[in-house]
Design a protein around this ligand. Structure first.
Ligand SMILES: [Zn+2]
Length: 340
């Protein structure tokens, strides 16, 4: 599945970073203006202009602080660059994108046992894994899963409008194992309830502007390592994306355990991916893989086989931290079994 670049491209221009970057850029111009006109102005007017400069300089830290936020359910500190109405616009765009995808791809019919299996798993994860525990933090409606009939393309996307698209290729890979499928869906649900698409959109917007500024001003300073300046923001964005993946992995594993799916299967899932990559590389290469794993245009967060992309943690790391987290969530699974 390849999403077409559509109206979604740069559809939301976040106002906060725009102001943030405009202010420092305008300072040299304003200072020059003050210097040039100082001879003709009264001292009182000059003081007023100076005070105006000072108040402008206070704005960036205020704007910076106003984006400070804690992620729901995990209480991780983060910066949410988008205003609520900008987030709403992003949700609306993702809705349109889901409609485009389901209109252009071959969907597995809703009465097909495979679709019903995915829907049932998603419903149980949502009801018992999310709502029971996090009902006060979750303002989002239950996600809809769309199963796309494509045996060759390994692809999964979670959309901020609370929709998930997965290809039937996953079924083949996971051998119809209900717990392994639950691991994938729980991970996607975690992305949605943590509002990762919006967080990542804001961060990638800032990184894009910084890269552009680096290109502009890098040329003015001789002897500067331009490639290094270009790479650093991208490296930061990759690290940020890996952190979001880790959060979705850990929260997803907890959601699984709460809903009575074996949380150890989340580890098995990534071990399976590692072994597929190592022992059966040629067959993995035969699979088609989408060009980008993370969608920087905010349309959703994409997962594929990961082999070409650095925006996801190394699978070996995933296996390690999921194994450690298993000790924290195992009791939820055990208790669930007792109730059931
Ligand atoms: Zn993910």
């Amino acid at each position: 599945m390849h999403l077409e670049k559509s109206s979604a491209q740069a559809a939301v221009v976040p106002i906060l970073p725009t102001i943030l970057f405009t202010i420092p850029l305008s300072i040299p111009y304003l200072l020059l203006l003050r210097f040039a006109t100082s001879k003709f102005l009264l001292p009182s007017t000059r003081t007023k202009i100076s005070k105006f400069f000072a108040s402008i300089l206070i704005l960036p830290p205020i704007i910076f602080l106003s984006t400070f936020d804690t992620a729901p359910n995990t209480n991780r500190y983060r910066f949410m660059i988008l205003w609520p109405w900008e987030e709403q616009k992003l949700v609306q765009i993702s809705k349109e994108n889901v409609e485009t995808v389901i209109g252009s791809e071959a969907l597995v019919p809703s009465d097909d046992p495979r679709t019903q299996m995915f829907e049932q798993i998603c419903h149980r994860l949502w009801k018992q894994g999310v709502i029971e525990k996090y009902k006060n933090n979750v303002m989002i409606k239950e996600p809809i899963v769309y199963l796309i009939d494509n045996e060759e393309l390994l692809d999964g996307v979670s959309y901020p409008c609370s929709a998930i698209t997965l290809t039937t290729c996953w079924l083949r890979l996971l051998d119809y194992d209900e717990n392994l499928i639950a691991a994938i869906i729980a991970h996607e649900i975690a992305h949605i309830i943590q509002n990762h698409a919006s967080e990542f959109y804001g961060m990638s917007f800032i990184i894009k502007v910084m890269t552009r500024l680096g290109e502009m001003f890098g040329n003015l300073i001789p002897g500067l390592n331009k490639e290094g300046i270009k790479r650093r923001p991208l490296h930061f964005l990759q690290q940020h994306s890996q952190m979001l993946e880790r959060e979705a992995d850990l929260l997803g594993q907890e959601i699984m355990a709460r809903a009575g799916y074996d949380p150890a299967k989340a580890i098995e899932l990534w071990e399976l991916m590692v072994s597929l990559e190592e022992t059966n590389k040629s067959s993995m290469e035969q699979l088609q893989i989408p060009k980008s794993s993370h969608d920087e245009e905010g349309r959703g967060i994409r997962h594929s086989s990961d082999i070409t992309f650095k925006y996801h943690p190394l699978k070996e790391h995933r296996v390690k931290y999921l194994t450690e987290n298993l000790l924290q969530v195992q009791h939820l699974y055990v208790n669930y079994k007792k109730i059931d």
